[in-house]
Design a protein around this ligand. Structure first.
Ligand code: ATP
Length: 259
């Protein structure tokens, strides 16, 4: 489908541009001609049921897989041409946790900071700032193994922010967390996007994680079936709520909408 003007960021350039991307696992097509943009300073929710293709898309954006068709640009640069340098502005929280449980919070973050080439002092300053904003500063000396799921997630978010990325990818970051923890993380990420001008792509199958002023890309069976603001997508589907719009877009009889 055509990329929608509705999710555009006014005059700003997209911090992520996905253009006509398809992907196959052998004979199984997981993505079919996917296109959308993510703009700085706001959350773009990538909403789709299980198996829609969200994790596959993240694997292509982060270059775990190569996209055989189409083009992906991060902050105007395609990794196909710039190699791993193009991934510099990217922070990622994958669906599966990737912290070392036997290291402390500080050791995990310092290790990552050194991989990113940050000097010790700068790394410590950024670590303090990120952990403070996530209410995790006082846990800095604890082993990750002693933290609950929500606190581990917060550490992963802090780690993804250490190198001041322009684009933050979150792949279902609240899976397995209780409702108050989930709500706190959703709130924090939205505040972060607004305050720091980071573009956020948040993959989820939970429509209650989408806020009314988010940009929204709905994906189903590997295809983008809607792209626009929440209000536009509700209007175009004739739905009163996002939950109802989502059911209409991802049910058995699905129509694409362009807004
Ligand atoms: P979930 O939320 O369940 O992780 P998703 O939206 O992230 O779902 P993907 O994991 O990207 O979806 O899967 C997209 C499609 O590709 C699904 O039909 C899935 O079964 C299929 N798929 C994913 N990984 C593989 C693989 N390694 N080999 C074959 N098919 C795969």
């Amino acid at each position: 489908m055509q990329k929608a003007a509705a999710s555009s960021g006014g005059d700003s350039q997209p911090v992520l541009s996905v253009q006509n991307v398809s992907y196959w696992y052998g004979a199984k097509q997981a993505l079919d001609d996917v296109s959308f943009d993510v703009y700085p300073g706001r959350v773009t929710a990538l909403l789709g049921p299980n198996g829609a293709g969200k994790t596959t898309l993240f694997s292509l954006i982060t270059r775990l897989f190569d996209a055989p068709t189409g083009r992906i640009e991060i902050d105007g640069r395609s990794a196909a041409e710039w190699g791993f340098k193009a991934l510099g502005p990217l922070g990622v929280v994958f669906q599966q946790p990737t912290l070392d449980l036997d290291l402390t919070v500080k050791q995990n973050l310092r290790y990552f900071a050194s991989l990113r080439g940050l000097a010790r002092r700068e790394a410590d300053e950024r670590m303090d700032k990120a952990l403070t904003s996530l209410d995790m500063k006082e846990r800095i000396g604890e082993k990750v193994r002693s933290l609950n799921g929500g606190h581990r997630r917060r550490v992963e978010i802090a780690r993804a922010l250490l190198h001041s990325p322009k684009l933050l990818l979150l792949d279902e970051p609240t899976v397995g967390l209780d409702d108050p923890t989930r709500e706190a993380i959703v709130r924090h990420i939205h505040d972060l996007a607004a305050a720091s001008d980071i573009g956020v792509l948040w993959a989820t199958h939970l429509f209650d994680e989408v806020e009314s002023d988010d940009a929204l890309v709905v994906i189903n069976k590997g295809r983008v079936v809607a792209d626009g603001s929440v209000a536009q997508i509700e209007k175009k589907t004739g739905a009163e709520t996002l939950a109802e719009a989502f059911r209409r877009l991802t049910g058995d009889r699905v129509e694409e909408i362009a807004v």
